[in-house]
Design a binder for this molecule. Sequence first.
Ligand code: SF4
Length: 226
Amino acid sequence: MRDIDRWHEEEFRRLTTEKVLRLLDGTPTEATLAAAVSGCAEEAEAICSDRPMACTAGCPYCCVLNVAILLPEAMIIAQRLVEQTPQRELDELRKRLGQHRSWTRWMDDEERILKRMSCPLLDQYGACGVHPVRPLACRAITSLDSECCREAFAPVVSDEDRLVPTDLLRKAAYDAAFTSLAAGLLSCGLDDRSIELGTGVIAFLENPEYRELFLNGGKLPQDLWR
Ligand code: SF4
């Protein structure tokens, strides 16, 4: 029987949401939120860790697509950047994130590919600069053929369907981890909205007070979603 036939999405969601609630332990803190986010990633990875993929560090083709993340993911990425990036580089990254946000704000994936609007978090070697805390949505997308990625993400206009063979079980597991995390946040009275990756990260970088606001069950300004 194939792995995908043994996949029980509802059961996975139930157990993973329970794990999130256990880890958040009633009164969420930055530490328990970080544990909950990585706990969700671990649950998904346990489903698909031994499955093949063509993705390797330094292969940046798909890091041009719109990525939706949950607010704690944005908070954790911003925190890591603050802790691990020298001030000058952090200032430059802030600038790149801001420019990327204003350029891509109304772009769909096709335009992003055509204009090669790569994720500002890619490092100079084409690897993810926040790999240990990369979003669940980024972990969900893998390719089984890097040559197909090169063609599919080439910045050229084409009427042909440019498909990439992908691991659907991995995608299903990480998508379920994402919704389980959102369900856990909602149960704890926290904002469970998703936000565009760069917009969320820059919001927490520029406004450290949003951390407290989020942890206290407040809502970040609606402008961020416009
Ligand atoms: S966060 Fe990392 S993996 Fe995700 S799109 Fe950006 S560079 Fe790529």
